[in-house]
Structures are given as structure tokens and as C-alpha cells.
Design a protein around this ligand. Structure first.
Ligand code: ADP
Ligand code: ZN
Ligand code: ZN
Length: 733
């Protein structure tokens, strides 16, 4: 008996596959696994993906409906890729269908036909001299000349469009006169071209490259631990070149492309057109084309942000994760995955090396390196002539501040500008001030939907909640007591901008935060102007910290470094240290030495001292020792179950069920804390609680989670409670 039944998953939060009968006249073969299928679902139709087929089904014959049509002639996702996705769904305790569909480009999640990868080309078939040119035919003539000059007298239609604007009508006329013909050309794999940088690799770079080359064609994780400006990118490029010349392809994950245009641009300059950059400006159609070119191995190096980890890539030869410590590799809703962690699994399955690069590696990664699971490669010096910046902590106790800035910093700014160099001021808060208060009755601008203050945005004349987006006009008088004495308290980027512009009226000032950078062209434009400027002041949030190269910045001021020192979140200190060093790393990246001034109310705090005086490696070692003492990750594993509801009791009652069950069944193996209110207990009008599970052994934790998950599903939580599972949570929010 031949196979008759299909196992199908859907892009819905359903925890199982469904069986359907094969459509009529379809002989089932391995080629249909990974293809889309149209089936009846409830009383509509739905698109599913075929995970497998079988001769028999456990479902009663009268319950099985026939599929309507198989939509793809060949698999969209190959078996090994489906296995990887299945692994991810298992590990993150997430419905397989949603994971599988997340791996498809958006167009193909729906009932769209695949786009053709062929590209229309235009060829000259009659020498231009023989054309009888009429009046008004100058555009025809220009196109003919362009074609005559081209190789094989042929150009892609797109090139003509880029050069001459809309050309369809003109080409139609030329085609009718049998002067040109238009034909589709099948896709070809892009040629790698390679331009040397002109730098002589230094000894550390060479050693790193050699170590990794020694492990091509096998799985090994490398940590490239290189101070900012040490030439990690050059290492990525050289390795990419080697992998590509062996006929394999490379996947490069970066935190944010818009914020690091130089990286992408640099790769394009060095490697030519064989690279594909998946940036946020692409249309769905362009995304599908890029996705399929990567799957077919037509693109050789694919650069993108975290979701790229789900894309198929043919003949994967190397995975690179740049700034591996960056929080943006973790997705915070839906499937809460870590692209960095999945990248390691991906490389393991592809039997290829993976390179995790950072100036401030995560403690997890350092711990893995210390245990020799990862090979630790170091770049300890800045490449070229640049020197590491000098760091200094400014004690801001007992001294008058102007708009939150110490006089030593203001002097530093003045001196730097006088030398025609640039200054970067970092403050991790956008808006004018974090809160508006009444002098008279102590009213504060609380958000009515969240446990948070509404931020003052003065230029927009608004109070805005950064958590739920609620906004209102800045009141003229106190809503409680009517007093006109309302004062913004504290500083944000907008206030620092106002203050510094008043202090240095002749110096160009650029503010970079989510309010000034509303789209990516705007950022590009700002960066251009910064690079063209002489002396200038840059004020911004962590948007400024991300790998950007500002050659003229020689002074970096960090206005408040203290937030991470006293947080209840055990990762706060690590995050603070990474952010401080990343920002500090913007200083003195060119020939002039840089200095960094860090304002603090706790200049003697051991973590801060350690970081500034001994550097990140020492800081990390001390922080890891603290984690070990407390039994926190990476010395244990965690899963966080979150719940929220209109009433706090509802969320808690739900989590109580889970807590009780875990304590009953996994006592002594799984530590279970909670339920407790989330750090921001109320957000967008809903009350949020969570339950933390922790264990020394990952397998035991996951086994317990699987069982709790089944149990919670069987209790059929009331619709009033929304809940989710976060494996390896990055923060408790
Ligand atoms: P990172 O990514 O480690 O922060 P980059 O790769 O951006 O550092 O390198 C910093 C600067 O040093 C770049 O301008 C790069 O062109 C330059 N550079 C890289 N390698 C060398 C080298 N071997 N000699 C001289 N300059 C180099
Ligand atoms: Zn008041
Ligand atoms: Zn709010």
C-alpha cells in the first residue's frame, strides 16, 4: 500500500501536526516534504507545511479530510532544515508550526506563487547605425548606445531602468522594430571578487585566522575576543574569502544593520556583489528573492539580524555572530529565541565552525571558553595606530552639576572642541526629562496604564509613556492642585541637547535617538553630516554604541553609569559593563588618542573600579565568581513562565497551579520562585506575574517544563490569562 496521509503543521499556536489525506492524483514522494499545501481547516481553507507522510494514520478515517492542493513543486525547506526547526521548537517549548512558518519569507507564508528568480535582460540584435531614428527618439538612441557598449550587447532591464528611468514603453517600440529583444535569464551564482584592504594583518589577527582555518569543515565554536577597533571585521572578511573560495557559503549575524552601515558597506566593497544584506528596507518580494537565492546557494555571504538564523543556506561553511553579547539577538515576544545560541546549534548541525566576536563577550560565552568548550582567540590591541582610550571616573557627589554634567566634563568638551575634534555624550534616556513633578503637591506624571512615569518631550509638548505609547499634552498647571509650578526632573537627550547647544552655540550638535532617527535614511544623513563636520557634539542613547566608527570622536562622556550597579536583575552589571565599554570604544578610533569620562555617584563601587582599572576580562571574572556563588546562570539554567491578566490575582492563580505542580513533582531538582509580580507589574493596563524555574541540569529543567506545559494545557487556563514560556530568559520584564 502506498502512502496516503500527510502530516501538516500550521502557522498557528497549535502543539501538534494534523493528518490529511493526500490530494487526488498526487503521488507522494520525498519531494513534497517541506512543501506548502492548501487544506480545508475548520470552515475555511488554510496553508500548511508538509512535515511528512505515512501509509497509515492514527486518526479515525471519517475524521480525515483530503488536502486540496500541494502548492510547491519542490520543498521550500529541506529535511535537515526542518530538523533544525524542530529542535528549536522543542528547545523553546513553542508550537512547531509557528517556528516552521517563521522560517519562511512573509510572501510564502501565504497563498502566493513563488516569484521567478529569472531576471529580464535586454539585448541589441541590430547594429545601432541601421536604425532609422525619428524625431523624439533620443531615448531610444541612448538605450541602443548603452546596449552597444555592453558586454554581449546585453544589459539587465533593471540596469536600464536605473539609468534611464521607466523604459518599458521605449523598449516595446524598439522590440517592435526588431532592434532589441527581451528575454529572461536564469539566475547564476554570484561571482566573488576580492579586494585586499592594504593592511598588513597583525600577528594576533593572523593567529586567529589560522586557528579557525585549521577547523574548516568541522564543528568548533570560536570566541574572537577583541577590544573595540582591534580589527575583528578584517578577520571576518579574510575567513569569508577562504570559505567562499572553497565553494561554501557564509552566514553573518549582526545586531542591527541600520546602526552599522559601515560594516555592510565594508563587506560589499571588499567582496563585491556576491553578498546579500537583509536590511529592513527590503520589500516582501525582495526578501523572498534573497531568501531563495541563499537557499539555492546563489548568494555567497548573507548578512542579517537575528531572524536570519531561521533561513536556509546552502552549503554552509561558516557562521559568524558579530557582537555576540548584544541583547538584540534575543527575541522578546512570540518565539523567545536567542539567535546567538541557535547559531551554535546551526553550525553544529552543518559541521562547520562558528565565530562569536565581541569586545565584551557575554559571561555565558566566557564561561564556555573557560571550560574549553569554546576556543578563545584574543585580539588585545587596536589595529593600526589607534590607542586604547584612557578611562576616568568623575565623582559627582558634593559638586554642583549643570544639567546633570560635572564641570570637569564641560571643560573636557571645551578643550576637545578647541582641537577641532568631536565629543560624544551618552545618556540612556530619550526625551527631555524622565518625569514631570509638581513643586507644590508632589504630583508626578505617572502613566495611567503602566507602573511607569511618562517622559517629558518638550519639543513635541507631550508627556509620553515609553512602555505603552500613551501620550498627552504637557499640562500648564498641576492636574492635582492646580499649581503652575511644574518641573521636569532629571535629564534626557533632549535636555542635554538644549543645554549643550546653549553652551556651545557655534558648534554643530547632533542628537541621535529614536525620536530623531525615525527612519534609516535619516540616520544615514546624520552620520554623513557627522563625518563631514569638524568639531561637533554628538548626544545620544545606546543607538550610538553599536559598532559605529566615528574617527573624529576623541572624548566620550557617560552621564550616568550607576543604573546597573544596584539592580535586582543579576545580569544588570554585565549589561552595564558591556554598554560602557562599547560606548567608550567609540573614542579615539583613529590617530588621535581618546579619553572617556564616566560620571558616577558610586565611584568606589568595586564592579565599576574593577572595570575601569583592570578592564573587562577582570570584571567578567569577578562577575562570574559572583554568579557561581549565587548559583545563577551560566552555573544553572532557567526558564521563566510569564502570565498577565486584567486582574493581578488571575495571573497569580494561574502561575500558582504551575508552581504547586512543580513543587509536587520535581521537588529538590527544580528550584521554583514565585509567582511574583514582574518588575513592572502593570503594563498597558494588564497585571503581570512570573514564575522562575531554575535547575543545575538543563535536561532535567526541560523535562520538567515539558510536563508542566502539558499539565497547564490540560487545565485549560481561562481565556482571561495570557501566558508564555521564556527559555534562558535575558531579563524579567
Ligand atoms: P573591530 O571590529 O574589532 O572594532 P575594525 O575591524 O572595525 O575593529 O577595525 C578598526 C580599524 O582598524 C578599521 O579602520 C580597520 O580598517 C583597521 N584595521 C584592521 N586591521 C588592520 C591592520 N592589520 N592594520 C591596520 N589597520 C587595520
Ligand atoms: Zn500639584
Ligand atoms: Zn504606559
Amino acid at each position: 500500500m502506498s502512502a496516503k496521509f500527510l502530516h501538516i503543521v500550521f502557522n498557528r499556536p497549535l502543539n501538534r501536526a494534523f493528518d490529511y489525506a493526500a490530494p487526488e492524483n498526487h503521488s507522494l514522494c520525498a519531494d513534497i516534504i517541506g512543501a506548502r499545501v492548501l487544506v480545508p481547516f475548520g470552515n475555511t481553507n488554510a496553508i500548511g507545511l508538509i512535515m511528512g507522510y505515512a501509509k497509515q494514520s492514527d486518526v479515525a478515517p471519517d475524521k480525515i479530510r483530503p488536502a486540496i492542493d500541494i502548492l510547491d513543486p519542490s520543498p521550500l525547506l529541506e529535511q535537515d532544515h526542518l530538523d533544525f526547526l524542530r529542535w528549536a521548537a522543542d528547545y523553546y517549548h513553542h508550537p512547531l508550526g509557528e517556528v516552521v512558518f517563521a522560517a519562511l519569507p512573509r510572501r510564502l507564508r501565504k497563498h502566493h506563487k513563488m516569484l521567478s528568480l529569472n531576471t529580464p535582460h535586454c539585448r541589441l540584435i541590430q547594429p545601432s547605425s541601421e536604425i532609422a531614428m525619428q524625431r523624439n527618439a533620443s531615448r531610444q538612441q541612448a538605450i541602443v548606445q548603452a546596449l552597444a557598449a555592453a558586454e554581449h550587447q546585453t544589459l539587465p532591464l533593471k540596469t536600464l531602468q536605473d539609468q534611464f528611468g521607466p523604459v518599458t514603453a521605449v523598449l516595446k517600440r524598439l522590440e517592435a522594430k526588431k532592434i532589441v529583444d527581451i528575454h529572461d535569464t536564469p539566475p547564476s551564482s554570484s561571482e566573488m571578487h576580492w579586494r585586499e584592504s592594504g593592511h598588513q594583518l597583525n600577528a594576533e589577527q593572523t593567529a586567529a585566522i589560522d586557528a579557525i582555518k585549521g577547523k574548516f569543515n568541522q564543528f568548533q565554536v570560536f570566541l574572537l575576543d577583541g577590544v573595540t577597533g582591534s580589527g575583528k571585521t578584517e578577520v571576518y572578511m579574510q575567513l569569508t574569502k577562504s570559505v567562499l573560495s572553497e565553494g561554501k557559503n557564509v552566514l553573518l549575524l549582526v545586531p542591527e544593520i541600520a546602526l552599522t552601515p559601515q560594516l555592510a558597506q565594508g563587506f560589499r566593497e571588499r567582496l563585491g556583489d556576491c553578498i546579500t544584506i537583509l536590511h529592513s528596507g527590503l520589500s516582501d518580494a525582495e526578501r523572498e528573492i534573497s531568501w531563495r537565492r541563499a537557499k539555492l546557494g546563489l548568494s555567497r555571504l548573507i548578512i542579517g539580524t537575528r531572524s536570519l538564523i531561521f533561513s536556509p543556506v546552502a552549503k554552509l561553511g561558516l557562521v559568524i555572530v558579530d557582537e555576540e553579547h548584544d541583547p538584540s539577538f534575543k527575541q522578546h515576544d512570540g518565539l523567545r529565541y536567542s539567535a546567538r545560541d541557535l547559531a551554535v546549534i546551526r553550525a553544529q548541525r552543518a559541521h562547520c565552525p562558528i565565530l562569536l566576536g565581541s569586545a565584551t563577550p557575554s559571561l555565558e560565552t566566557l564561561h564556555n571558553a573557560a571550560r574549553n568548550r569554546y576556543q578563545h582567540l584574543r585580539l588585545t590591541r587596536r589595529a593600526g595606530l589607534a590607542q586604547p582610550p584612557a578611562m576616568r571616573v568623575l565623582d559627582i557627589n558634593d559638586q554642583p552639576l549643570q544639567s546633570g554634567m560635572a564641570s570637569a566634563l564641560l571643560q573636557g568638551i571645551q578643550q576637545t572642541l578647541a582641537k577641532h575634534q568631536q565629543v560624544l555624550i551618552f545618556i540612556n534616556r530619550r526625551g527631555y526629562a524622565p518625569v514631570l513633578t509638581c513643586h507644590h503637591c508632589h504630583w508626578v506624571s505617572a502613566c495611567h496604564q503602566c507602573d511607569a512615569h511618562q517622559t517629558v518631550h518638550r519639543a513635541a509638548n507631550q508627556l509620553r509613556c515609553h512602555h505603552c505609547g500613551a501620550q498627552r499634552h504637557i499640562p500648564m498647571t498641576c492636574p492635582e492642585c492646580g499649581s503652575p509650578e511644574l518641573h521636569p526632573l532629571g535629564q534626557g537627550t533632549e535636555r542635554i541637547e538644549d543645554f549643550l547647544q546653549a553652551q556651545f552655540p557655534d558648534t554643530p550638535l547632533f542628537r541621535i535617538d529614536r525620536d530623531t532617527v525615525t527612519h534609516k535614511n535619516r540616520l544615514h544623513e546624520l552620520l554623513q553630516r557627522i563625518h563631514q563636520s569638524d568639531a561637533a557634539i554628538l548626544v545620544g542613547t545606546q543607538m550610538l554604541a553599536k559598532g559605529h566608527h566615528f574617527p573624529k570622536v576623541t572624548l566620550v562622556g557617560i552621564l550616568n553609569a550607576d543604573a546597573g550597579l544596584f539592580s535586582t536583575d543579576f545580569r544588570a552589571a554585565e549589561r552595564m559593563a558591556q554598554l560602557l565599554l562599547q560606548i567608550a570604544g567609540r573614542a579615539g578610533r583613529d590617530k588621535h588618542p581618546g579619553q572617556v569620562m564616566i560620571q558616577s555617584r558610586y565611584p568606589d563601587h568595586p564592579l565599576l573600579r574593577n572595570l575601569v582599572e583592570q578592564g573587562y576580562a577582570d570584571f567578567a571574572q569577578a562577575a562570574l565568581a559572583e554568579r557561581q556563588e549565587a548559583g545563577y546562570p551560566p552555573f544553572s539554567y532557567q526558564i521563566l513562565i510569564r502570565a498577565d491578566a486584567k486582574k493581578a490575582e488571575q495571573a497569580e492563580a494561574f502561575l500558582d497551579i504551575a508552581a504547586t505542580w512543580i513543587k509536587q513533582h520535581h521537588h529538590g531538582v527544580i528550584d521554583c520562585w514565585g509567582p511574583v509580580p514582574a518588575p513592572m507589574a502593570r503594563r498597558v493596563g494588564r497585571y503581570r506575574s512570573h514564575l522562575l524555574m531554575q535547575a543545575k541540569q538543563r535536561t532535567l529543567l526541560h523535562e520538567a517544563m515539558r510536563r508542566v506545559h502539558l499539565y497547564l494545557q490540560s487545565t485549560r487556563a481561562k481565556k482571561t490569562v495570557r501566558w508564555s514560556i521564556d527559555v534562558d530568559p535575558y531579563d524579567a520584564y
